[in-house]
Design a protein around this ligand. Sequence first.
Ligand code: ATP
Length: 365
Amino acid sequence: TPVSEAAEAQVAIDVDRVSKIFPGEDAVRALDDVSVGIRRNEFFTLLGPSGCGKTTLLRIIAGFEPPTMGALRLDGTDISRLAPDQRPINTVFQNYALFPHMSVARNIGFGLEMLGKPKREVNETVDRMLKLVQMEALKSRKTSALSGGQQQRVALARALAPHPRVLLLDEPLSALDLKLRKEMQIELKRLQSETGITFIFVTHDQEEALTMSDRIAVMRDGRILQIGSPRDIYQRPAERFVANFIGESNFLDATLSAGHVTLKAGGGAFAVTAPPGVADGPVSVLVRPEHAAVRAGSPAGDELPATIRNVVYSGDATTIHLELGSGELFKAKMSNSTGGGATLPSQGEPAVVTIAPGAVTVLKD
Ligand code: ATP
């Protein structure tokens, strides 16, 4: 179709059926037939639990590690045999790897000097980079005398200075405290859109992935389970693992029949779009806690009967833990700005749950 051709034309990094096996007595299949097209000017995130293969995929793209099978293309050209320094790709490492005794400015310019760029061009680029990461005031300071967040900025500036086509970032914010990390998340996203460089970002932090990414690939055991926008991944997870890994989830038993599901817990029929390959019959469905509302009283119409187990106040919202009529446990999260949690019945009292239309997602397993 024309749409997929257009998407094809935008692909910067094309990972084509890549597998990686680390040989040895207990050989590890770190990547298992991974394919993904990462687009130009995209903030793309590899997300998954520890050991799922994120870093291995990044190292293969950078050229530090050869794939066991499969091909790697940049703008349509096979780059799998190029050495790392021959690829227009740069990496920002978790530990920054700065030169501690050099000034901020020299750290940023060093790579350009090594490439034999004229001094004037180096200085101009360094000044531009200092401005981009807002480190002009500290340009003469040694990097060993910088805070973690400042070192992070220098590492970014240094990696961006030669204007690579692709920037790889391996958990670059993990050493920062929470507040600084949140600031740098916004900062990284700004740097990406201002430079127009394709960013491939590795994290195991789902919130970080949702905040920054244009698209996310969720990985597990060396495979990509789903690729989509943060919205897609959050609202339409294909599998239970993805739903569970991102955001809070209720998994309920249900029956699928002709485009509708009925929950074991009651509540009428919900119109759904089942993922391909899921047949009518018993299914597992996802309901996000914020898509359910709770009130005191007995059920009318399509409401679900429930008993309140616990009510947890968390400032902006109240989470209500319930037991449904089916015996299944359920969490509802109501915003306090709408007065949600204020008039709830207390523990042990009967209540009813309403699930928003369109909020029921059928899962593949
Ligand atoms: P983390 O979030 O913990 O960094 P990850 O998703 O980046 O994890 P990888 O580092 O890519 O995961 O590792 C994937 C698998 O490959 C793991 O089982 C790991 O032990 C294994 N592995 C990685 N590098 C090597 C190596 N050089 N030799 C053998 N096994 C390796």
